[in-house]
Ligand binder design. Structure first.
Ligand code: F6P
Length: 359
């Protein structure tokens, strides 16, 4: 058997651990493994490396992906530079399918988020054998309770909050931390609880500046002269407008969120007169070694994906349901994003210990 592996979309800690576990499982079944470079681009351009035992040595704790990744490689809308030097977009999905056939690939394991998995589903509809592994630090994919990379991002954000606490206390300041998460508030909610935030602002719960200010004032009346606020990047401003950092034309998901932290910080400083500082954590959340939780989840996903590929379960994706790894149709995972339930247990627990959501 010959099985391919690719990593697509934004990276997440644990990608290498998936590659390692999938390869080890495939070797045990006597399969040959090909690693395609930079997502679907590697299949379209036949740019691949053999994944053998030396290739996966020392991978478990390594962040990033040895295969490289990109989020501008949609085979149905693929950038081509013409002879005249012009950039054009073409549907090269048939080239990809032909290359899979020429390389005698029995199946391809696509590790990615909603973009990579949506493309996988379209290619499966055209006859390709592709199985999926859900990946994103945002944890916003439906059909799986957890994506690997999320725990590492939350751990990084929590460490940042621990550090912000000490300096906030010394200077009697309000500290705002903007975290990633796209349109979901999972990273903000988990790190906010773990890092002892006083206010957590997430896209799922509309907020009001007066409520945030009241929380900060109430703390000062209790003698707590500093406050810590976590804001998810996808949280709209009080007028309901999302703050966009930039728009990337070529990307399947062109909107890059960012800047709401500064908006919140400015509003608080103006309303309270309390010195306020803003930190944007950015891509640090995506880098570095995966946590032990993410290494284990990535390993379990890699093993299960290899088994799906061997069985040629085209169009299926591995998922975590409760404590069990299972397989679900990719279509289920991409049909809608997973959001924080505003009245869910986690939000309720946070409210019970006095965390304000600004509502
Ligand atoms: O989806 C992962 C993520 O890190 C989001 O949290 C963030 O909004 C986005 O990707 C950033 O994308 P880029 O790496 O293209 O700036």
């Amino acid at each position: 058997m010959r099985i391919g592996i690719l990593t697509g979309g934004g990276d997440a800690p644990g990608l290498n651990a998936v590659i390692r576990a999938a390869a080890k499982t495939l070797f045990a079944h006597g399969a040959e493994v090909l690693g395609f470079k930079d997502g679907y681009r590697g299949v379209i351009e036949q740019d691949w490396i053999p994944i053998d035992k030396p290739a996966i040595s020392g991978l478990l704790h390594r962040g990033g992906t040895i295969l490289g990744t990109n989020n501008r490689d949609n085979p149905f809308h693929y950038p081509i530079v013409t002879e005249e030097g012009e950039k054009e977009y073409r549907d090269v999905s048939d080239v990809l399918l032909q290359n899979m056939h020429d390389l005698k690939l029995d199946c391809l394991i696509a590790i990615g988020g909603d973009g990579t998995l949506s493309i996988a589903r379209e290619l499966v509809a055209k006859g390709a054998c592709i199985v999926g592994v859900p990946k994103t630090i945002d944890n916003d994919l439906a059909a799986t309770d957890r994506t690997f990379g999320f725990d590492t991002a939350v751990t990084t954000a929590t460490e940042a909050l621990d550090k912000l606490h000490t300096t906030a206390e010394s200077h009697h300041r309000v500290m705002v931390l903007e975290v990633m998460g796209r349109y979901a508030g999972w990273i903000a909610l988990w790190s906010g609880i773990a890092g002892g935030a006083d206010v957590i602002l997430i896209p799922e719960i509309p907020w009001d500046l007066d409520k945030v200010v009241a929380k900060i004032r109430a703390r000062r009346e209790e003698g707590k002269m500093f406050s810590i606020i976590v804001v998810a990047e996808g949280t709209p401003d009080p007028a309901g407008k999302r703050v966009v950092r930039e728009t990337i034309k070529d990307s399947g998901d062109p909107v890059r969120l960012g800047g709401i932290g500064q908006v919140v910080g400015n509003l608080i400083e103006k309303a309270t007169g309390i010195e306020t500082r803003v930190t944007v954590l950015g891509h640090i959340q995506r880098g570095g070694s995966p946590t032990s939780y993410d290494r284990v989840l990535a390993t379990r996903f890699g093993v299960a994906a290899a088994e799906l590929a061997i069985k040629k379960k085209a169009g299926y994706m591995v998922a975590l349901r409760g404590l069990m790894i299972t397989a679900v149709p990719i279509a289920q995972a991409i049909k809608r994003p997973s959001h924080v339930p505003p009245n869910g247990q986690l939000v309720q627990a946070a409210r019970s210990i006095g965390i304000s959501f600004g509502d």
